[in-house]
Design a binder for this molecule. Structure first.
Ligand SMILES: Nc1ncnc2c1ncn2[C@@H]1O[C@H](COP(=O)(O)OP(=O)(O)OP(=O)(O)O)[C@@H](O)[C@H]1O
Ligand SMILES: [Mg+2]
Length: 242
């Protein structure tokens, strides 16, 4: 199957600083791909370009025509922090793009999916960090995207919640047939979740390594195969200057 979303030879600069140079990647239907690299290497910048939120770059962003359906662009985004509207309740935050016309039944289903059934009336300040992230994931899914772009979505939560949220994302991706591009700092997370891990490095950054994770799901976090692949990713990362 041809890619749902592809980036070709992306080069991005902020004034004098060139952050990304000649970065190409493609996301196929049903695939989970992680983007790994040191802080400041341009992961969020690349994700914003993929999401269509930044149009000031060289190179091409190609979206499969299959993605452009209905009101939604076919792409959902979950940012590095939940970014909930504090004056709107949980349900209103999830259906935010549709305002008063939000599909209440779909919002209720998403609340169930992320384990927040009955919490639609709560305000963001009444939520824990992990709950707020789950609301952000539900909001990312509200537009029924075929592609979900996640920028370190689990970075603000404890290790146990993080594992639960990781499993939630893989389950929802399988349930709704969504391709995922996940930005992360976390090697274990990248290897556990992904079909492929792309490692950014260099100055400016480019993709320096690509790792395939041909391990069937559901996966066991303790599997020796995953540990071996993690070792290979570590070797690639250590070769990068910080
Ligand atoms: N709007 C901006 N204006 C100027 N420079 C920027 C802007 N956004 C990002 N940068 C610079 O681009 C580089 C990459 O930033 P980016 O946020 O993409 O990194 P990152 O890999 O996501 O880092 P982290 O892992 O810490 O989130 C950094 O040097 C940053 O200072
Ligand atoms: Mg970032």
């Amino acid at each position: 199957m041809s890619a749902l979303l592809s980036l070709h030879n992306i080069r991005k600069s902020f004034a004098e600083l060139t952050v990304l140079d000649d970065v190409s990647l493609a996301l196929a239907g049903g695939e989970i791909v992680s983007l790994l690299g040191p802080s400041g290497c341009g992961k969020s910048t690349l994700l914003r370009i993929a999401a269509g939120l930044d149009r000031h770059y060289q190179g091409q962003l190609e979206r499969n025509p299959l993605l452009d359906f209905g009101a939604s662009s076919g792409i959902g985004v979950v940012f590095q922090e939940p970014r909930l509207m504090p004056w709107l309740n949980v349900a209103e935050n999830i259906g935010f793009v549709d305002g008063h016309k939000a599909d209440a039944r779909w919002v209720r289903q998403l609340l169930r999916d992320v384990g927040l059934e009955g919490r639609g009336d709560a305000l963001p300040k009444q939520l824990s960090g992990g709950m707020a992230q789950r609301v952000a994931i539900a909001r990312g899914l509200y537009g029924k995207p075929q592609v979900l772009l996640l920028d370190e979505p689990f970075s603000a939560v404890d290790a146990f919640t993080r594992m639960k949220l990781q499993d939630l994302v893989t389950e929802l991706a399988a349930q709704y047939d969504i391709s995922v591009l996940l930005v992360t700092h976390d090697l274990d997370e990248a290897v556990y979740l992904s079909d492929r891990v792309l490692i950014l490095g260099g100055q400016p950054s480019r993709i320096v390594s690509e790792l395939h994770v041909p391990v069937p799901r559901p996966r066991d976090r303790r599997a020796a195969e995953l540990a071996l692949l993690k070792g290979q990713a570590l070797t690639a990362l250590y070769q990068q200057p910080y």
